[in-house]
Design a protein around this ligand. Structure first.
Ligand SMILES: C[S@@+](CC[C@H](N)C(=O)[O-])C[C@H]1O[C@@H](n2cnc3c(N)ncnc32)[C@H](O)[C@@H]1O
Ligand code: SF4
Length: 385
């Protein structure tokens, strides 16, 4: 019997209580949201994508993961979460795999409390990823967050009481942040014994308030050397606590890496619904990328009228797919098998980077060294033909 392929489903909830000054995600503030209408529309779009693009291949797949991202999906009503999860499962009849489906919800500390956590759990969420961002009140203010350290810690404790699989995000390499302060935050993070951590260096994204401040000189990013030292510190403290790096910004206990995000990093197949979501899968043997319109009210109108909010469909050629695999796969600590990717790789550049201790090639497996991870973007721009 032919073995089944994994597929994942991403659901984008585009609303937040306030807009953080560093964030360029598709997130919006809207006074009132018609939850019933929104839940319905998300399910209609899912049905549309499945029925139009996957129906012929549906029996080749098993459902690997569901991810509610945002925005702030912890602002969703649990009844919508439950219905959407049921709808996702309905399409994949191979129940053998159902108990292993990873179902993650991103959550903001200010929108989780004991009661709704339990409701989310009973709706089918089995993994939670909390946007803690910092264990320092001054930095939380700087980041424009609407929670304080006490609330952040409480939200982790409550989540651990309800879920076996808890992850949280921290942002570091902030202006004026000292190595000592980051070390303290890391140790506080370790004290919660999390299954998984996403530890991001602050990036200044176009179109954000931080970018405006950077241009007018009121925000001065920390120097690269200091950021590198913070990255090394992160690596050694997480290692000491057996929460190992498996991706450039992601760390986990054994077998607790995020199955959903691994699908993106390994060039797997997924369906994305909701404003601004992207899908990538094989349709009629062609790697296909479907983009959904970003503006929430335009998206909703479009789904009501035509059952979907698709704004663009692109069929990728073999070269595009190889490049996607390299760009995403080299983020992984394990690296990638390059046997079928050589047509787009500059092997001469790879040899030089190996000599300079930035890359390692073992048989066909190419991966970055720790030093290489510090300069991943420049490596990627050098090695692709
Ligand atoms: C969609 S948000 C997570 C959920 C929720 N909206 C929240 O903020 O709590 C995804 C994560 O990306 C990270 N992030 C977003 N913008 C960033 C930036 N400019 N630099 C570094 N990390 C960023 C944050 O850690 C954030 O938690
Ligand atoms: S809460 Fe999360 S998604 Fe919303 S603006 Fe802040 S970082 Fe962006």
């Amino acid at each position: 019997m032919k073995s089944l392929k994994p597929i994942s489903i991403y659901i984008h909830w585009p609303f937040c209580v306030s807009k953080c000054p560093y964030c360029d995600f598709n997130s919006h503030i809207q006074e009132t949201v018609d939850h019933k209408k929104w839940g319905q529309a998300l399910m209609v779009e899912l049905e549309y994508l499945v029925n139009n693009y996957l129906i012929e291949d549906l029996n080749q797949y098993y459902l690997k993961s569901i991810f509610f991202g945002g925005g702030t999906p912890s602002l969703m009503k649990p009844f919508n979460i439950r219905k959407i999860i049921e709808k996702c499962k309905k399409h994949f009849l191979n129940k053998k795999y159902f108990q292993d489906i990873e179902v993650t919800m991103e959550a903001n500390p200010s929108s989780i409390f004991n009661k709704n956590l339990k409701e989310f759990y009973y709706s089918g969420i089995n993994r939670i990823s909390i946007g803690v961002q910092s264990f320092n009140d001054d930095f939380l203010k700087f980041l424009g967050r609407n929670h304080n350290v006490f609330e952040a810690k409480k939200s982790i404790e409550l989540s651990k009481e309800t879920f076996e699989n808890v992850s949280f995000d921290l942002i570091y390499a902030l202006p004026e942040q000292s190595l000592k302060s980051w070390e303290r935050s890391l140790l506080e993070a370790m004290a919660f014994d999390p299954e998984h951590l996403s530890l991001y260096q602050l990036t200044i994204e176009k179109g954000t308030v931080f970018n405006k401040n950077y241009i007018n000189g009121s925000l001065v990013p920390i120097r690269d050397e200091k950021a590198s030292k913070m990255y090394s510190l992160t690596d050694s403290i997480t290692k000491q606590h057996k929460i190992n790096s498996y991706e450039i910004s992601n760390y986990s206990k054994k077998n607790k890496n995020c199955a959903h995000n691994l699908v993106y990093w390994k060039g797997g197949d997924w369906i994305g619904i909701g404003p601004g979501a992207i899908s990538r899968f094989f349709y009629k043997n062609k790697r296909t990328q479907i983009s959904i319109r970003k503006n929430p009210s335009n998206w909703l109108k479009s789904v009501i009228v035509q059952n979907h909010g698709i704004s663009n469909i692109k069929f990728e050629n073999k070269r595009d797919y190889c490049i996607e695999k390299i760009l995403m796969g080299l983020r992984l600590t394990k690296g990638i098998n390059i046997e079928k990717l050589k047509s787009v790789l500059r092997m001469d550049k790879i040899q030089t980077l190996i000599k300079n201790n930035n890359l390692i090639l073992e048989r066909q497996n190419l991966k970055t060294t720790f030093e290489g991870r510090l300069i991943l973007n420049s490596i990627l721009s050098e090695i692709i033909k």
